[in-house]
Design a protein around this ligand. Structure first.
Ligand code: CA
Length: 239
């Protein structure tokens, strides 16, 4: 089972919000968190453990114009993909939404497969962009560059593809344990030829590179048949 991507639904229509959340969950690919106003969304985004892969943002919110809210997120340096949901397919909505920094838009009513396709596309782009960077303990993790930067010691650590993929999946799990079998499947694309020993070898090398004391890891922890990152040291890096 791949790690679930977390979507923040910002929508004041409670029936629509609930339906969207339920539909997103059904596919087994996404998790959903909900906010009924810009203020609530703001509060959720400000939480230290907030990790959203995309934001679904209604244009007409009770306390803000969604486009202005989106613009304020961008001004604050937040690069999370935003898909704007507009009322009518009024062209002005669309253009102003994109001007405000939204990545894409959908006009109500929309079909769920369309929404899922847009979400997947934006998350894929974001995963591969240089914009995405995350804090893991003392490091700034830049998956697209396969790089960990340690600003305090002015050090850069190059990661292999596999090391980078392992870290990415652990980061996405937000401190939850990812079973070895899941990591194997995700990182090696469910190739049956690969054994857990291979995974353990890559984790060993990763620890040699990033842990202060690789024999007593404090970042990549072994736990209950899998690995996890210490949740208290994770955060999206603001730019
Ligand atoms: Ca609305």
């Amino acid at each position: 089972m791949p790690a679930l991507r977390q979507i923040l639904i910002v929508e004041d229509d409670s029936a629509l919000r609930a339906t969207l959340a339920e539909q997103l969950l059904l596919g087994g690919e996404f998790r959903a968190d909900e906010a009924e106003s810009a203020a609530e969304a703001e509060a959720k985004l400000a939480r230290a453990d907030a990790r959203y892969d995309a934001i679904l943002l209604d244009v007409g919110l009770p306390d803000a114009d969604g486009r202005e809210f989106c613009a304020s997120l961008r001004r604050a340096g937040r690069q999370t993909p935003v898909i704007m949901v507009t009322g009518a397919d009024a062209e002005a909505d669309v253009i102003r939404g994109l001007d405000a920094g939204a990545n894409d838009y959908l006009a109500k009513p929309f079909r769920l497969p369309e929404l899922l396709a847009r979400l997947r596309a934006q998350i894929r782009v974001y995963d591969n962009t240089d914009e995405a960077s995350f804090l893991i303990g003392p490091y700034v993790f830049r998956p697209s560059l396969r790089l960990l930067q340690e600003p305090a010691r002015n050090r850069r650590i190059r990661l292999t593809d596999k090391e980078c993929a392992i870290l990415k999946h652990l980061y996405r799990a937000g401190g939850m344990t990812v079973p070895r079998s899941v990591l194997l499947g995700e990182v090696w694309n469910y190739s049956s030829a690969v054994s857990t020993h291979t995974l353990e070898t890559h984790v060993y090398r990763l620890r040699q590179k990033i842990e202060a004391d690789p024999a007593r890891p404090s970042l990549v922890l072994t736990d209950n048949g899998g690995y996890r990152l210490d949740a208290t040291i994770l955060a999206p890096a603001e730019r």
